[in-house]
Write a new protein. Sequence first.
Length: 262
Amino acid sequence: MSFALFLFLLLAVTGAVWLLDKYLLRSRRQKDAKQPWWVEYSISFFPVILLVFLLRSFLVEPFKIPSGSMIPTLLIGDFILVNKYTYGIRLPVLNVKVLDIGEPKRGDVMVFRYPADPSLDYIKRVVGLPGDRIEYRDKALTVNGKAVPRREIADYASRERLQYFPHYLESFDGAEHEIILEKESPGFVNRVMDFRHAANCDYNNGGLACTVPPGHYFVMGDNRDNSSDSRVWGFVPDENIVGKAFFIWLNLGELGRFGTFR
């Protein structure tokens, strides 16, 4: 059971008890009689649960980064906040969009439900929009026939692996973000699983080329050679979108990272 569903059920139960007590049980109790413990706890927790549910469903939701696929932008152990309304208002639990506010843009860091297992939340960078032609060959990214600009900067020092890696600033519409590559890793991509709209992708020894279908997005990790992303498991459908990541609020191993991501 997802946490969102658990929170919704908890809200429904405590809310039902609050209503039951207000309109039925209270009038039947003797004037000086104490509330049953289950009524007392439900009434106490209902407003708190309601507030958390509304904030988490429509404004912001916290996530913890579990893997290194978004290094150097996001590190393992980062606690981030995700804007839930940037891409539209969605019904809690059902995740159905009811108000269209905006759409993902190339370069956005997006949280979404993993297409192969929607019970899992993934985070990657959007590199392809519906209708885009994405090519990734010999570690070079091309969108609609144009190479995505990138420039090399000082090598990235990985504390986890105690190594230095080639380090670049990549740019979408003038907004730069960091990526890292590995010289030892092959430039081609192996398709390791079937996925919806797989016919939109061509794989060969040089890499891959994909046309993003309507209502879908192509995403990649910033740690390009250590990321399971759209190159492996396909496109992210719009209905799987959770929100846009925008803020690091905690990293217990590196307190200075507070607020370093936007």
